[in-house]
Design a protein around this ligand. Structure first.
Ligand code: PNS
Length: 164
């Protein structure tokens, strides 16, 4: 049986950090479902779920057959069950991530003890990369080259050009 994990997140936009975690996940599981969270009632994301998928696809062509892209709304643990998976993958960067991640993992375990969260360390180069900061810097015209792929840089420029 194929081992499959869910990699959930906002991915707004995907960064080299996220891409690094997906590639690392594929070293320990057979398939990864990259699941972007969305909220139909109050969507305050810059990119639509479809746009987020396209940006990942562009970067991960070589492992496309081992990745499924999806989006979900509601409790992550319910979604994991729906997908017949038992593993959640989360990336860990600095110590500051730990509190939030620890809390979420334990809450998720409390709700569904059969689901395990696996934390993967991002590559050192991505230690400080955060989509939230990438967005903020790009919104003020700052450079985010090297933090996200070039086509994502362009999409950020296009989005913020439309907003001004
Ligand atoms: O990339 P992010 O924003 O850190 O991802 C957070 C995410 C999507 C994993 C988290 O917000 C989540 O699981 N949302 C779904 C709702 C849910 O299950 N909430 C309870 C978490 S204990």
């Amino acid at each position: 049986m194929k081992r499959r994990a869910i990699y959930p997140g906002s991915f707004d936009p995907p960064t080299y950090g996220h891409i690094d975690i997906i590639r690392r996940s594929l070293q320990i599981v057979d398939e990864v479902v990259v699941a972007s969270v969305f909220n139909p009632q109050k969507d305050n994301f810059l990119f639509t779920p479809q746009e987020r998928i396209e940006m990942f696809q562009e970067e991960l062509k070589d492992v496309a057959d081992r990745i499924e892209y999806d989006h979900f709304y509601g409790l992550l643990v319910d979604y994991v069950d729906q997908k017949n998976a038992t593993i959640i993958i989360r990336g860990l960067r600095a110590v500051s991530d730990f509190d939030y991640e620890f809390q979420m993992a334990l809450m998720n375990r409390r709700m569904k003890p059969h689901i395990e969260t696996i934390f993967l360390m991002t590559g050192a180069a991505h230690f400080y990369t955060a989509a939230r900061l990438v967005k903020e810097i790009a919104s003020f015209g700052g450079t985010v080259d090297g933090l996200v792929p070039p086509h994502v840089v362009q999409r950020l420029k296009d989005k913020f050009a439309k907003k001004t």
